[in-house]
Design a protein around this ligand. Structure first.
Ligand SMILES: [Zn+2]
Length: 72
């Protein structure tokens, strides 16, 4: 494993950089310093559909980049 298996998520409250293992992808964590909630890490695109789109986007605290496509 290389360093790419760990990501840095900055705490929105205290600004401390938290090291998040890539294996915890998609889980909401807690800041190691102030215990504030950290947004879930997503380093890879997530496939959403009609049923999951609204709940995912509404629950995510940061900006979301979406690509829309339709099957033939
Ligand atoms: Zn914090």
């Amino acid at each position: 494993m290389t360093d790419s298996s760990v990501f840095i998520v900055r705490c929105p409250l205290c600004g401390i950089a938290n090291r998040i293992p890539a294996s915890r992808e998609g889980e909401a964590g807690r800041c190691g310093s102030c215990r504030a909630g950290l947004p879930p890490l997503h380093s890879m695109p997530v496939t959403l559909d009609d049923n999951s789109f609204d709940s995912f986007v509404n629950a995510f605290p940061g900006p979301v980049m979406a690509e829309f496509w339709a099957p033939w």
